[in-house]
Write a protein that binds this ligand. Structure first.
Ligand code: GLU
Length: 282
């Protein structure tokens, strides 16, 4: 059975604990061979460092759903935990860091888009989110993107979120672009912007971790963001990565990772779209 709707309902029921610092997937085992991507006997994986519940660096610890999926997939590809090097891949640098070989693959809330597919390849998707808005908890004016007319909005350079606002709503909205979402949350907390926009799961994690109850996600998603595994153009890893994602879903480790990493974040994945089926490789 590929869909875990019942499990997702269980995830919806789990809600009140602090955002978990650890995910569900364990890695281990011996490598089956070197990387065909030129990484020698290790693999360098791009993640976010500042997105609680998805990709977060806390001292020497890396946590979050993207990190759990990355570890699971790397393990299936034959890499043990100590062969994985995580590297920060900010939104705006992802394509170039794959292209110049700084990272072998990217798990970083990275939406599959036709524009990005011109320069890189994607495996997956392994999750589907939706673009939403983060506002002050007492804000009653902003209930969706149509309310942004004349408002100040923060998003991140190189993201689909900033691009969508520019394409569909820029006329009446003042868009401030920053390098990362944590910076946008600081701008919101300081009253410099009225809202922050990006994927709902990112906003939920930021609100839970940084908001002190003063921030809320509007809860009216207006896009479909299919999170893919970024790969250099021409990579031969797509099929194996898709098989690993499918195994993670079928084994229940995907659902465990979603639950562990969204706990306390007041977030329920869209059960009509999750877990997704990886698309055929190009
Ligand atoms: N998923 C969107 C994107 O890939 C927004 C999140 C991000 O910037 O990582 O651009």
């Amino acid at each position: 059975m590929r869909k875990h709707t019942t499990g997702l309902l269980a995830i919806a029921a789990a809600s009140t604990l602090a955002l978990s610092a650890c995910g569900g997937a364990e890695v281990g085992g011996e490598p089956e061979g070197g990387s065909s991507e030129g990484a020698g006997d290790g693999i360098t994986i791009g993640i976010k460092y500042d997105q609680p519940g998805l990709g977060l660096k806390d001292g020497a610890e890396f946590t979050g759903f993207d990190v759990d999926v990355a570890r699971y997939v790397a393990n299936e590809l034959g890499y043990s935990e100590d062969q994985i090097t995580f590297k920060e891949t900010p939104s705006a640098n992802r394509e170039s860091m794959l292209d110049n070989g700084e990272v072998d693959m990217i798990f970083a809330t990275y939406s599959i888009t036709d524009d990005r597919k011109k320069v890189i390849d994607f495996a997956g998707p392994y999750f589907v989110a939706g673009q939403d808005l983060l506002v002050a908890a007492d804000n009653t004016d902003i209930t969706g993107p149509e309310d942004l007319e004349g408002k100040n909005l923060c998003s991140v350079t190189g993201s689909t979120s900033a691009e969508k606002i520019k394409t569909d709503y820029a006329e009446g909205v003042q868009l401030l672009e920053r390098p990362g979402y944590a910076e946008c949350v600081n701008s919101l907390a300081a009253g410099q912007v009225d809202a922050v926009t990006t994927d709902d799961i990112i906003l939920a994690g930021l609100a839970a971790r940084n908001g002190d109850g003063n921030l809320k996600v509007v809860g009216n998603p207006f896009s479909e963001e299919n999170y893919g595994v970024g790969l250099p153009k021409g990579s031969d890893l797509c099929e194996d990565i898709n098989a690993a994602i499918t195994k993670m879903i079928d084994e229940g480790a995907w659902e465990e990772a979603v639950a562990a990493n969204t706990e306390g974040a007041d977030y329920t994945p869209n059960a009509d779209l999750n877990p997704p089926t990886p698309a055929p490789c190009a």
